[in-house]
Design a protein around this ligand. Structure first.
Ligand code: AMP
Ligand code: ZN
Ligand code: FE
Ligand code: FE
Length: 284
């Protein structure tokens, strides 16, 4: 039985709606999944409602993936079991969404100056009025023929250091971890293999991370082994997921359930969460 704890929907830059993702998870026989959209909780309620309305039996974990920067490194923090009614969380996410809009405006202007005939309205349309991320800009570039695939659009124009790039609003991993925890969630370091730098990984762990994503489509077996050992050494939870974004999203993120964790590891996450809640209740 597999739990995929890293999934994106149309609420951020995924190509499948929350409902489609749930239906697909059932079809693939997943025991559970976490919806972890970048910087937004908007996919959670539709998924939850769909499960309720259809009577589907699946273990659903409300989650998020906060995109942060640490020096030159891009660091993503996953949050599981977040309280998506938490006002502080909602407030902060609204601000980030607004900043992302302004950033998209700047990126489109830069790309236009480079001779790419794309428009902000089209990018907004591709984002379906929701949170705007670089993948939406990449898709606009592809549709207008400036690149053949999203990864190519990144490599040519909008990856860090490329001419159309504009940095995100500076959000630190330290604040992201705090925000997840204060909303009752568990903070997990996403795909440490993409960070590569062991010093940075250790520094993020020092900020109060509670677990690390060991199983990830782009982690090789040596990395998997090393991160598992790191988790054991530091007494951290182990997690895993596919980072599903939908078909055509590029890289290895097109298949729901391609990575994940088994019942036993999920049980440890759940037990940790339950201890955390009961501790909080006892304190009040
Ligand atoms: P943003 O938070 O708007 O800067 O967008 C970051 C997201 O873009 C990441 O979470 C990935 O989903 C995607 N991304 C980053 N680099 C690449 C790349 N080289 N190719 C395809 N997608 C990428
Ligand atoms: Zn994404
Ligand atoms: Fe990520
Ligand atoms: Fe992701």
């Amino acid at each position: 039985m597999l739990y995929d704890l890293h999934v994106h929907t149309t609420a951020s830059d995924g190509l499948s709606s929350p409902e489609e993702v749930i239906a697909m998870a059932v079809k693939r026989g997943l025991a559970g999944l976490a919806i972890t959209d970048h910087d937004t909780i908007d996919g959670i309620e539709p998924a939850r409602k769909f499960i309720e309305d259809t009577g589907i039996s699946i273990d659903f974990i409300p989650g998020i993936e906060l995109n942060t920067d640490y020096g030159e490194a891009e660091v993503h923090i996953l949050g599981y079991f977040i309280d998506y009614d938490d006002l502080k969380l909602i407030d902060r996410l609204n601000y980030i969404r607004q900043e992302r809009y302004h950033r998209a405006e700047k990126m489109v202007a830069k790309l236009q100056a480079l001779g790419c005939n794309i428009r902000l309205e089209q990018v907004q349309q591709l984002a379906q009025g929701d949170l705007i991320g670089r993948p939406h800009i990449a898709r606009a570039l592809c549709l207008k023929g400036y690149a053949l695939s999203e990864p190519e659009a990144f490599g040519k124009y909008i990856a860090r250091g490329r001419p159309g790039y504009v940095p995100r609003y500076k959000f630190s991993p330290y604040e992201a971890i705090g925000l997840i925890k204060q909303s009752g969630g568990i903070a997990i370091l996403a795909h440490p293999g993409l960070i590569r730098d062991a010093v940075i990984i250790n520094e993020i762990i020092g900020m109060g991370i509670e677990g690390i994503e060991v199983y990830y489509p782009e982690h090789g077996s040596e990395q998997e082994f090393a991160f598992k050992r790191l988790a054991t050494e530091k007494n951290l939870l182990i997690s895993g997921g596919s980072d599903y974004h939908g078909r055509g999203s590029g890289k290895k993120r097109e298949q729901l359930g391609i990575s994940g964790i088994d019942e036993d590891i999920m049980g440890r996450i759940r037990a940790y969460y339950e201890r955390k809640i009961s501790f909080k209740l006892n304190k009040n």
